[in-house]
Design a protein around this ligand. Structure first.
Ligand SMILES: NC(=O)c1ccc[n+]([C@@H]2O[C@H](COP(=O)([O-])OP(=O)(O)OC[C@H]3O[C@@H](n4cnc5c(N)ncnc54)[C@H](OP(=O)(O)O)[C@@H]3O)[C@@H](O)[C@H]2O)c1
Length: 316
């Protein structure tokens, strides 16, 4: 594999992107990060060897200018919900954009591409999010590219939109009726995802591979929410809705501003988001336990485990 010095991280100003960009910079790479809003990448602008550029990544000319002079491309661009406030559609962001990246790379002679997909990405999925993630992967599977695909379960970390969102809800609501609370998840730490990306960049063994990324432990959604509640030292009644009620709650929330949940999330949550095997050995480290990290940004009870919280609420 050719030596890599310069990397364009598309979607690099987002939650996962900021961790990957910082690790790339600390590892000696020169990094270019496009964003729609320069101010949203404030903490990256100050880093040496990181260039933040305002650009329209969907425009083939802007994209070619962005990728010009780069040795590798990392694509993290993604949305959880379609529609409002400049989000775009799954087709535009998850499918068409990877196709444009593949074309631009071929034209510029860039071979190395790392691509962020999602666990359970499947062209036959009932979830449009997961279908589009599978279609996006397919856009990049070209002979001209040395591609590595990453498929994480839900990602946690200080600025996550997952545990923090439940923490915010639990601060306000005494009772939480949880859609799909029995669904199983295997959350993975954002720093571990960043390490996996950066360590694969110049490792030829990872070319042509897809990696499922999960943390060390499987939880139900309800166990995780009870854990957040225990960390915050709240007494809350949290219960799981049945399948039909979960669907109707998703339907209702989809209509409300903020889209806390959609029917597409419901379909994605019906399948468990867990890994079949261990964390990929090729990266040379074990994934971080959620308990060691989440307690630091969600509460003070650092030693409570999600299982203790669950047993406590179940009075066992
Ligand atoms: N977070 C998770 O739990 C999780 C789990 C599995 C997979 N993933 C995948 O990991 C990737 C990163 O997730 P994240 O949590 O870091 O998301 P995030 O914080 O929302 O960041 C998403 C990035 O995508 C860019 N983006 C979104 N919509 C765009 C559009 N219409 N046009 C141009 N750029 C757009 C944003 O660019 P701007 O800087 O211009 O706003 C932002 O930098 C996504 O592909 C996501 O599907 C995330």
């Amino acid at each position: 594999m050719e030596k890599i010095d310069t990397v364009c991280v598309i979607g690099g100003a987002g939650f996962v992107g900021r961790h990957i960009v910082r690790l790339l910079q600390a590892s000696g790479y020169t990094v270019r990060v496009p964003t729609r809003r320069y101010e949203s990448a404030k903490d990256l602008i100050v880093l040496p060897d990181v260039e933040v550029v305002e650009a329209n990544i969907h425009d083939p000319q802007d994209l070619a200018a962005l990728l010009s002079g780069m040795d590798a491309v990392i694509n993290l661009t993604g949305i959880l919900h379609e529609g409002s406030a400049g989000r775009g559609t799954f087709q535009q962001v998850h499918v068409a954009l990877p196709g444009k990246i593949a074309q631009a790379c071929a034209a510029l002679g860039i071979r190395r591409v790392l691509h962020m997909s999602a666990l359970n990405a499947d062209a036959q999925s009932q979830s449009a999010y997961l279908r589009s993630k599978a279609q996006g992967e397919a856009q990049l599977r070209k002979d001209s590219l040395a591609l590595t695909v990453f498929r994480p379960s839900v990602i946690f970390g200080p600025e996550d939109n997952f545990l923090n969102q439940f923490a915010a809800l639990l601060r306000r609501l005494p009772v939480l009726a949880l859609a799909c609370g029995a669904s199983k998840l295997q959350p993975v730490y954002v720093e571990d995802v960043a390490r996996a990306f950066v360590s694969s960049l110049e490792n030829p063994a990872t070319v042509g591979q897809s990696y499922a990324l999960c943390g060390p432990t499987v939880y139900t959604l309800q166990q995780l929410v009870q854990y957040v509640s225990a960390l915050q030292q709240h007494r809350r009644w949290i219960f799981t809705l049945g399948k039909r009620a979960s669907y109707y709650q998703a339907w209702l929330l989809e209509k409300l501003p903020g889209k806390l949940m959609t029917r597409d999330d419901y379909h994605a949550l019906l399948g468990n988001s867990v890994c079949e095997g261990a964390f990929p050995a090729v990266f040379g480290f074990q994934p971080t336990a959620l308990e060691g990290v989440a307690a630091q940004y969600l509460g003070s009870q650092a030693l409570i485990s999600p299982y203790d919280a669950w047993r406590g609420q179940a009075r066992r």
